[in-house]
Design a protein around this ligand. Structure first.
Ligand SMILES: C[S@@+](CC[C@H](N)C(=O)[O-])C[C@H]1O[C@@H](n2cnc3c(N)ncnc32)[C@H](O)[C@@H]1O
Ligand code: SF4
Length: 397
């Protein structure tokens, strides 16, 4: 695995202030594998009310906790499914409420099938500097099997339009481990994507999420999973090919050029504070973790009635905090700082997990590093079972 590095965007200073996440739960059409909180076919009238509600919630939250944030991420769903005028109103509104002095990154998610020149104009005039686009595959047949609304040409065009408008940081998402995808197909997807010269690439192994058409097809035997060994080989192939192209793996699914790591996502993986606004959004301020109601209509109604749209709320104790820090931090190349973890949770991790850590290092699943816990490539692949072993060191009483 690539050694941990600290580049400008990955520095600790970059994530000094909370991150701001804003959820837009709308899509043109629901992709058949996707379990994100998003729906297709909602009216323009609802979308307008939703944008107003989002702006109101943002105002309340920032007035209460402060207007300085390190990063903004408008995700979904598909934010570019909003009509350009509503999209612009959302971006201008959020932009006007945030104190920009410490803002290091502003990302908006987009879908090549919905991104128009007007959306791009709105992005640029609001000050968005990073766009993350769902591509999933660069092959027409695989796109259609995934239920995507766009073509390969749409992807190329969208990237060209963004570049022409001056967007210098582009992330492209791909999905591998599709049951019908060979290793050669996967390499072809990567090659075609590299031709577009993105600064950042997310490669997700396909998950069969409960409630999706893919999950149902699997249950009914109409679809099969890609063999584990093939998926693992695809991951290794991505690491090799992308390393050669100048990217490093800095999180289990994320590759970046030097200095192009996502500040916003690093904030999550470092288990720092973030505001979560919109339907179904998670937030974490201090030890308080919240989740808003999933339904966009219930969310709008709550905000319009002047009430909090929160459905779940808990205060994290030291043990839960420790588990969360390990769960998110061990996904990354930088790993988890033992000193910071113990200071934060009051646990003696190295002492209490000594035996497990020695075993993991001997099995080459953990790097030998006395300051940080960092998994190797093989370790990343076994993340879930490694976490379970570590958690045994701090049992629930
Ligand atoms: C919330 S989506 C945002 C992108 C945008 N909505 C689009 O699809 O064009 C974020 C990414 O999650 C990934 N994703 C969604 N469902 C997945 C699944 N079941 N397995 C693996 N990756 C998934 C896709 O790569 C997708 O681009
Ligand atoms: S993958 Fe993206 S476009 Fe497809 S349903 Fe999920 S959020 Fe919507």
């Amino acid at each position: 695995m690539t050694s941990a590095r600290t580049t400008p965007s990955a520095s600790r200073e970059a994530t000094l202030f909370p991150a701001l996440y804003v959820h837009v739960p709308y899509c043109v059409r629901k992709c058949e594998y996707c379990a994100f909180n998003s729906a297709a076919g909602r009216s323009r009238a609802e979308q307008e009310r939703y944008v107003s509600a989002l702006l109101r919630e943002t105002n309340t939250m920032l007035t209460q906790h402060g207007h300085t944030v390190s990063s903004i991420y408008i995700g979904g769903g598909t934010p570019t499914e909003l009509e350009p005028a509503e999209f612009r109103r959302l971006l201008q509104g959020i932009g006007s409420m945030v104190e920009r002095g410490h803002l290091r990154e502003w990302t908006v998610e987009a879908n090549p099938g919905t991104l128009t020149g007007d959306h791009v104009e709105a992005l640029c005039s609001a000050g968005v500097d990073r766009v993350s686009m769902g591509v999933q595959s660069m092959d027409p047949e695989r796109l259609s099997k995934l239920g995507r609304v766009h073509s390969v040409e749409d992807v190329r065009e969208s990237v060209a339009v963004l570049r022409k408008a001056g967007i210098q940081r582009i992330n492209l998402d791909l999905i591998y481990g599709q049951p019908w995808q060979s290793k050669e197909d996967w390499l072809q997807d990567l090659e075609r994507l590299l031709e577009l010269e993105p600064e950042h690439l997310s490669a997700y192994a396909l998950q069969f999420e409960e409630g999706t058409p893919f999950f149902e097809a699997l249950r009914q035997g109409r679809m099969s999973v890609c063999p584990e060994e093939t998926v693992r080989r695809m991951f290794a192939l991505a690491c090799e090919r992308l390393n050669k192209a100048g990217f490093h793996l800095y999180e289990i699914s994320n590759f970046s050029r030097e200095g192009q790591e996502s500040v916003h996502n690093l904030n999550y993986w470092r288990n720092l504070e973030y505001y979560g606004l919109g339907a179904g959004a998670w937030g974490r301020i201090g030890k308080r973790r919240t989740r808003n109601v999933n339904s966009p209509t219930r969310y709008i109604e709550a905000i319009e009635a002047g009430t909090r749209p929160v459905e779940e709320e808990d205060i994290l104790g030291p043990r839960e905090d420790w588990m969360e820090c390990l769960t998110s931090g061990l996904r990354t190349a930088e790993g988890v700082s033992l000193q910071e973890l113990d200071q934060r949770t009051g646990f003696n991790t190295a002492g209490r997990c000594k035996e497990i850590l020695t075993d993991l290092t001997r099995a080459r699943l953990l790097h030998e590093d006395s300051e940080n816990l960092r998994l190797t490539h093989d370790g990343l692949w076994l993340l879930d079972s490694i976490l379970l072993k570590l958690f045994e060191a701090w049992p629930k009483v």
